[in-house]
Design a protein around this ligand. Structure first.
Ligand code: URA
Length: 461
């Protein structure tokens, strides 16, 4: 038996180095005991692999690294051994991760998913309270994560709250930002965190910017915002009001819903959305926080399809709520289109990005990813049966028409969709407008975009 001691519960690098040495040395997973502690173990007694051990590297699919990086943060003590077993099996079956029926793959995916949810929750539910120390105001928050996610999440808070001095206290670890450097300290108890009101104004502003009451989904909100976190949150006072207005809207929507021959469209749509939440049709689900499904009334006469959720949509779980969404909202309003009456979705339902330092940089979905996700948009079109579907940009157009589209050539005229699915109208993506460097061109292109939306809306009978 070999004993491997990792420095920390979230020591991915230590695990990776040890497992690489074990695989190269041909040590079977059941010959290894993993533990976390202070003293690093010497895997091979004298520090070198046994004689005859093949020396060198072996390649591991990128998807496995991504999976392992998250799964390692789970609190399950078996995770190190489980990932070692999975890695060993990948040697014989490099495509093993695509086999969602494989119990080991499923378990590892479930660990990674639980970790991603916990990361997301910490981002959404940490609440700072203002204190003063020698250097002035310091914002302190208490949070109890389920998994070992605090270090992995620190970069997010540094980026979001770079200008504040803050501490996040958790039972296992505390992290501190002094405006320039991130420090770490031992775990804390809730008593160490200040009581009293959180920094209401800061949080109400922040909350209002990420949460659009006009689009609240009560069930989803309650699911995403477990009651145990409510007491920490200043915006909790807003919740009853949000729920009341959402319920009134929902009742109105149900009343107004078209009765579609013999089918329960609302129910079918909800089932479809729930199914999409567990989508693993392409590898993008591994990296993203959650599926961002379409939203809006299921009897909408107009549907809008974007490319894929961005950073903010990935966190919020709603389409077009970030910077491109703001341009979109403004243009819709100028075109006389009420966002509450349209159905808004994306060609690809998971955020694709490249991690650069602390930032998640949008990456364009490729053909296979768009095609894998087409199934969802086709179902959405079938349920909603819009008269007009507006494709925002080339990815959406490809998804809707099933072929590569040059926007300049096909923009500005109705295109019949197959199977009586109404008409498509193709225009640019709002983020294209954000990227234009020249102000005059930006204004002209924006006006053309608004014209496109107005012309598409005029197609509705
Ligand atoms: N860009 C998109 O295409 N969709 C979104 O939801 C956000 C940005």
């Amino acid at each position: 038996m070999r004993l491997v001691t990792l420095a920390e519960e979230d020591d991915f690098t230590g695990w990776r180095d040890a497992v690489r040495a074990l695989v190269i040395a041909g040590v079977a997973p059941d010959q290894v005991t993993w533990q976390v502690g202070e003293t690093a173990s010497d895997l091979f007694g004298d520090g070198s692999p046994p004689a005859g051990t093949p020396v060198g590297a072996f390649s591991v699919p990128r998807a496995f690294i991504d999976l392992a990086r998250n799964a390692i943060l789970h609190h399950d003590p078996e995770r190190f051994a489980l990932l070692h077993r999975l890695l060993t099996r990948l040697g014989d079956r490099p495509r093993l991760l695509d086999d969602q029926a494989d119990p080991l793959v499923r378990t590892a995916e479930a660990l990674a998913k639980a970790v991603r949810r916990d990361i997301h929750k910490m981002r959404a539910f940490v609440r700072f309270r203002e204190m003063a120390d020698d250097a002035g105001a310091r914002y302190v928050a208490w949070f109890e994560p389920e998994h070992h996610i605090v270090r992995a999440n620190a970069g997010f808070f540094v980026e979001r709250f770079a200008a504040m001095r803050w501490s996040i206290l958790t039972p296992g670890l505390s992290i501190h930002w002094d405006g320039a450097m991130l420090g770490e300290g031992p775990g804390a108890t809730k008593r160490d965190a200040p009581d009293g009101d959180p920094v209401e104004d800061v949080w109400r502003t922040y909350y209002a910017s990420i949460f659009n009451p006009a689009r609240v989904k009560v069930a989803a909100m309650l699911k995403e915002m477990p009651r145990k976190y409510w007491k920490n949150m200043p915006e909790t006072t807003l919740v009853p009001q949000l729920i009341a207005s959402a319920q009134a809207r929902e009742a109105g929507m149900v009343q107004a819903a078209r009765v579609k021959a013999g089918s329960n469209v609302e129910g079918a749509w909800a089932a479809l959305r729930d199914e999409a939440a567990a989508c693993t049709r392409c590898p993008l689900h591994r990296q993203a926080t959650q599926t961002v499904f379409g939203e809006g009334p299921v009897d909408a006469a107009m549907m809008f399809v974007g490319e894929q959720p961005g950073d903010q949509e990935d966190l919020a779980g709603q389409p077009f709520v970030g910077p491109a969404g703001q341009v979109f909202d403004r243009a819709l309003a100028e075109a006389g289109v009420d966002r509450a009456r349209i159905y808004v979705s994306n060609a690809v339902k998971h955020f694709k990005f490249e991690q650069r330092g602390k930032r998640r940089i949008h990456a364009k979905p490729n053909g296979p990813e768009i095609d894998a996700c087409r199934w969802w948009i086709e179902q959405e079109v079938m349920l909603v049966r819009p008269q007009v579907t507006v494709a925002l940009g080339a990815t959406a157009a490809r998804s809707l028409l099933g072929r590569t589209v040059t926007i300049g050539r096909e923009r500005g005229r109705p295109i019949d969709l197959p199977d009586g699915s109404g008409q498509a109208w193709i225009t640019v993506h709002p983020s294209y407008l954000l990227r234009l460097p020249d102000e005059a061109a930006k204004a002209a292109e924006y006006a053309r975009f608004v014209d496109d939306l107005r012309a598409a809306a005029a197609l509705v009978a």
